[in-house]
Ligand binder design. Structure first.
Ligand code: ZN
Length: 392
């Protein structure tokens, strides 16, 4: 018989527990016998682990199932309010904080305008203060908070807990380690498009597929890449920076210091700027632009055609590079489905010898404005509860 050392036994125990939680998270409730069958783990081991998870308050007994002879089997249920997690989204001009339960349902949601440019310490002070307020207001015990996940618009090295560079926030090398010790809750950080991709695959369309590219259209452009359920970040954690691929040589100057980057043509800001440069009227909201487009205003139509052209070129390049199942377009712009999807499908798949609409599909984000913040809030759960997905 192979003797396992203590470390191996401990690993198996943790893995078994994770598998049980993961199964019940999906199935909601099962008898211990069903869990044993589905996971191919012996009934006594299941009973042991389930008892521990009941003690930890993650599972509860919920009645009895039908008997197949002998004693009626006890049903065990997943408790979605057993643990919580914070998601924090930092943008140039606002910060949003949510608290979610294990089902990613929002329990607390606060949005505050603030100038986040240059001074990141101010942002972290505010987040610390707001976390305390949220815990007090929701009356959730602090030990039940598994972590705080940040969605950040820049290059993130999650292992070093470092926001390396965020041109749109005008900050560099922000380390989150001190902040973690200060708040005494585990902190996780991720790039906003990666976080959104992660949320879309885990909370919305993940059951249908495993390869996805998420394009986050906000004040900049971020792209998150999921390969076989794993978040692909590459050697230097910088994969997916398609927002800075050159789309127009010597084009418009970008915050990154180069010219003609894709985001200078397809970000929200780029769309509004181009409209404002061509019209005597000045607008600052996407809603205003789409009102004009819906009213068939000539300038708006011209601006939109140009926008779709540039967006399509970038998406075509991404499909050529990665051949994903789905390309998911997110950000506020994705809420204008009627104006976006048909035009985009037409342009992206037109006159294309490499692929068609059956090979790859363009979808609009299902989680809308919640995608990256919910993805951020999932990060603490991933480490402690879920199996499978890795960062590669
Ligand atoms: Zn750039």
């Amino acid at each position: 018989m192979i003797k396992l050392n203590i470390l191996d036994q401990e690993t198996i125990k943790i893995t078994n527990k994770k598998r049980i939680i993961n199964l019940l998270y999906k199935k909601r409730e099962l008898t211990k016998q069903d869990i044993s069958k589905k996971l191919n783990i012996s009934v006594p081991t299941i009973i042991n682990n389930v008892n521990e998870l009941i003690k930890e308050g993650i599972l509860e007994e919920a009645g009895v199932g039908d008997s197949t002879g002998g004693r009626k089997p006890v049903i065990v249920k997943f408790i979605s309010s057993a643990r919580y997690s914070f998601g924090v989204e930092v943008k140039p001009h606002y910060v949003r904080i949510i608290l979610v339960n294990l089902d990613s349902e929002i329990q607390y949601d606060k949005y505050f305008k603030m100038n986040c440019l240059q001074n990141f310490n101010k942002v972290l002070d505010k987040v610390e203060e707001e976390i305390d307020i949220a815990i007090k207001e929701t009356k959730i015990e602090r030990y039940k908070v598994l972590g705080v996940g940040f969605s950040l618009p820049g290059t993130v090295n999650e292992e070093k807990m470092l926001l390396e560079i965020a041109p749109n926030l005008m900050v560099k090398n922000i380390c989150f380690q001190k902040f973690q010790s200060r708040i005494n809750i585990p902190v996780y950080i991720e790039n906003e498009a990666n976080a959104a991709a992660y949320a879309e695959i885990n909370l919305s369309i993940g059951n249908e597929m495993k390869n996805l590219v998420y394009i986050s259209i906000t004040e900049g452009i971020g792209v998150g890449v999921i390969v076989e359920d794993n978040l692909y970040k590459g050697k230097n954690k910088r994969a997916g920076e398609f927002g800075h691929m050159t789309i127009v040589p010597n084009g418009i100057e970008c915050n990154c210091g180069r010219k003609g980057c894709w985001e200078m043509y397809v970000s929200e800001r780029a769309l509004l700027n181009y409209y404002n440069n061509n019209s005597t009227e000045k607008i600052s909201l996407l809603k205003e632009f789409f009102n004009k487009l819906d009213n068939n205003e000539e300038i708006a139509i011209k601006v939109w055609k140009r926008y779709i052209d540039y967006l399509s070129i970038g998406i075509q390049n991404i499909i050529l590079a990665l051949d994903p199942h789905y390309v998911v377009v997110g950000g506020e712009i994705s809420e204008y489905e009627d104006n976006l999807l048909n035009y985009l499908n037409e342009k992206v798949f037109i006159e294309n010898k490499f692929y068609n609409e059956k090979d790859n599909r363009i979808l609009l984000s299902k989680l809308k404005k919640d995608s990256s913040i919910k993805g951020a809030a999932l990060l603490p759960y991933n480490k402690l509860f879920f199996l499978g997905s890795k960062i590669i």
